[in-house]
Design a protein around this ligand. Sequence first.
Ligand code: SF4
Ligand code: SF4
Length: 181
Amino acid sequence: MQLTNRAKKTDKSEMSLFERSYLPSLATGLGITIRHFFMKKPTIEYPEQKRYLGPVFRGHHILKRDEEGRERCTACGLCAVACPAEAISMVAQERVKGEEHLYREEKYAAVYEINMLRCIFCGLCEEACPKQAVYLRHDMFVPVFSDRKDVIYGKDQLVEDMNHRYQRDAWTKEDAQKLWK
Ligand code: SF4
Ligand code: SF4
């Protein structure tokens, strides 16, 4: 029984003298090579050129601030519990009087670290966060590292810079082309 019509019949007839010279096959192969030479190349010269990865790409983590510049994270630990790689650790601290402009909640993460050697960029920390504090940026890779001491990312590398705020919704292919051209 024939299941599909994709079967290709092979020609088992004797090859002619011309065919046995392999000249037709050579010409066909050369034609394919020349055609590909003029086609648009699917490869890019990374890292000079970068490809648009789409809004669902999970890259460098960021700890977001709110509109007033206060850290959103309340050190609840849910991201650390959700993390299958046990890559997140933190030390919680209570906000004192006068720190209301720094931390949104009464408790904050005095230390927040992600071990990038363990992280598998699954995004579960982002899913688990009740404060929309931790995100995996879709516009930034975690850079390559060659030293183990460079793999623990602390708050200095994670907390959002208010001068360059991260906006996932505003990120478009056109934005990427502007940035990477
Ligand atoms: S992306 Fe996944 S593995 Fe990485 S820190 Fe978040 S939960 Fe852990
Ligand atoms: S990033 Fe979110 S889930 Fe993780 S400790 Fe902070 S508030 Fe909790």
